[in-house]
Design a protein around this ligand. Structure first.
Ligand SMILES: *[C@@H]1O[C@H](CO)[C@@H](O)[C@H](O)[C@H]1NC(C)=O
Ligand SMILES: *[C@@H]1O[C@H](CO)[C@@H](O)[C@H](O)[C@H]1NC(C)=O
Ligand SMILES: *[C@@H]1O[C@H](CO)[C@@H](O)[C@H](O)[C@H]1NC(C)=O
Ligand SMILES: *[C@@H]1O[C@H](CO)[C@@H](O)[C@H](O)[C@H]1NC(C)=O
Length: 338
C-alpha cells in the first residue's frame, strides 16, 4: 500500500516537473532583451523550415515605412510562422542596437512572430559554394554590392533552412500555398524577389554553383533574376503561361506573374495613384511594389486615398497607424529595398 502511494507521488512529481519545464520554455522570452525575443540563435528558429525571411544588406537599422509594412504584413498573413529579418547593421553581439528606439524598429520588435537578427554573411555562406567566392573577393571592389550580397544571402539562407524569401517591398495579402516555387516576373522570366523552397533543395544548390561560376558584379541582376531564369531554363522547358495558371516542372512551381506582379514594373506608379475602385488582387498572394523604380521617393500620404495607402491600412495597420498617421502625415520611403 505504501509502495503504491510512493509510486503515485513519484509519477505526479515527474508530471509536474515536465509541466513546469514546458512553462519555462514558453516563457523564456521574459528573460531576454526586447528585440531578440528568444535567446535561441536564428538557426533554431529557422530550423523548422517554415520561416519567412527578409534581408537588409545595407547598414541601415531604421526600417522605412515600406519595409515595416512588408514585414508586418507577412507576420499578419503567417501568424503561426516565424518572420525573420536579418540586418547587416545589427552588430553580432546580443546587445540592443544603437538606434533601437526608432519607431519602425520597435514596432517590428513588438510583433510576436517577428525576429530581428544580425546578418553574418561569412557564417551564412559556410558549407555552401558561396564560401570560397566570398572569402576570395575584395568587397570594396565589387559593383552593386548591396544587391549582389543580398542575392547571395537569400540563396544560402533558403538552401540551408528552407522557407520563403521576400524582398522588403513585398506586401503579403494571403498565404502562398506552395513549398517549392519561383515567381515569374514575365513570361519565361523569373524574378528573385520572392521564392520558397524546402531545405537543401538541389535547385538552390545549383543556383549557388552557377552564381560563383558566372559571377560578374558589373552586370546588374546577373546573380539575381538572370541567374534564376538561366537555372530554370536548365531545369525545365519553359513555355508561355496559359491564362492565369501556374507552370509545374519537376518538383517546383513557376508561379504566374499575377501572383506577385499584378502591376508590372513599367506601371509601378499605379500603386501611388487613386483608383476608381481598388483592385481585388484575387489572383495574387503578395504585391511587389518595385521600390527600386521609385527614385522619386514616393510614399504614403495620409488621406490621399491612393492604392498604396489603402493597402497599408488593410495589410499593415500598425505601420499605417504609427508611421503614416504621425505628426506630419507624410512619410517617404526611398532607399533600402528593391
Ligand atoms: C542613429 O540615429 C541618429 C539620429 O537619427 C543618427 O545620427 C546616427 O547616425 C544613427 N546611428 C546608427 C549607427 O545608425
Ligand atoms: C580592397 O580594395 C581596395 C580598393 O581597391 C584597396 O584599397 C584595399 O587595399 C583592398 N583590400 C585588400 C585586402 O586587398
Ligand atoms: C527535387 O527534384 C530534384 C531533381 O529531380 C531532386 O534532386 C531533389 O532532391 C528534389 N527535391 C525535393 C525536395 O524533393
Ligand atoms: C474577389 O474575391 C472576393 C472574396 O472571395 C469576392 O467577393 C470578389 O467578388 C472577388 N472579386 C473578383 C473581381 O473576382
Amino acid at each position: 500500500m505504501l509502495k503504491k502511494f510512493q509510486l503515485c507521488l513519484l509519477v505526479i512529481l515527474l508530471l509536474s516537473c515536465g509541466f513546469l519545464y514546458q512553462l519555462f520554455l514558453k516563457s523564456s522570452c521574459l528573460f531576454c532583451l526586447p528585440p531578440y525575443k528568444s535567446q535561441q540563435g536564428p538557426e533554431a528558429l529557422l530550423g523548422k523550415g517554415r520561416s519567412i525571411v527578409f534581408l537588409e544588406t545595407s547598414e541601415r537599422t531604421e526600417p522605412s515605412p515600406l519595409v515595416s509594412c512588408a514585414v508586418e504584413s507577412a507576420a499578419k498573413v503567417y501568424p503561426e510562422q516565424p518572420v525573420t529579418f536579418f540586418m547587416k547593421g545589427l552588430s553580432s553581439s546580443l546587445q540592443l542596437p544603437p538606434n533601437s528606439t526608432h519607431p519602425a524598429f520597435s514596432l517590428l520588435s513588438a510583433i510576436d512572430n517577428v525576429f530581428l537578427f544580425p546578418l553574418d554573411m561569412k557564417r551564412l555562406f559556410e558549407d555552401t559554394p558561396l564560401f570560397s567566392w566570398y572569402t576570395q573577393i575584395n568587397v570594396s571592389e565589387q559593383r552593386h554590392w548591396l544587391h549582389v550580397s543580398s542575392d547571395a544571402s537569400r540563396l544560402a539562407i533558403i538552401w540551408k533552412y528552407g522557407g520563403v524569401y521576400m524582398d522588403t517591398d513585398v506586401i503579403s495579402i494571403r498565404p502562398i500555398p506552395e513549398e517549392n516555387f519561383l515567381a515569374a516576373q514575365a513570361s519565361r522570366y523569373s524574378s528573385n524577389g520572392i521564392f520558397g523552397f524546402l531545405p537543401h533543395h538541389a535547385f538552390l544548390w545549383e543556383c549557388m554553383e552557377n552564381f560563383v561560376e558566372h559571377y560578374n558584379s558589373y552586370i546588374w541582376g546577373n546573380q539575381g533574376p538572370e541567374l534564376m531564369t538561366r537555372m530554370l531554363r536548365l531545369w525545365c522547358r519553359l513555355e508561355d503561361f496559359q491564362e492565369v495558371s501556374d507552370l509545374r516542372c519537376l518538383n517546383l512551381s513557376f508561379l504566374h506573374p499575377q501572383r506577385f506582379y499584378p502591376i508590372s514594373y513599367l506601371e509601378w506608379r499605379r500603386y501611388y495613384e487613386v483608383w476608381n475602385t481598388d483592385p481585388s488582387f484575387n489572383d495574387s498572394y503578395a504585391l511587389h511594389l518595385w521600390n527600386y523604380m521609385n527614385k522619386e521617393g514616393r510614399g504614403v500620404v495620409r488621406g490621399s486615398n491612393t492604392l498604396v495607402e489603402n493597402l497599408y491600412r488593410k495589410h499593415c495597420p500598425r505601420t499605417y497607424r504609427d508611421l503614416i498617421q504621425g505628426p506630419d502625415g507624410l512619410v517617404t520611403q526611398g532607399g533600402g529595398s528593391r
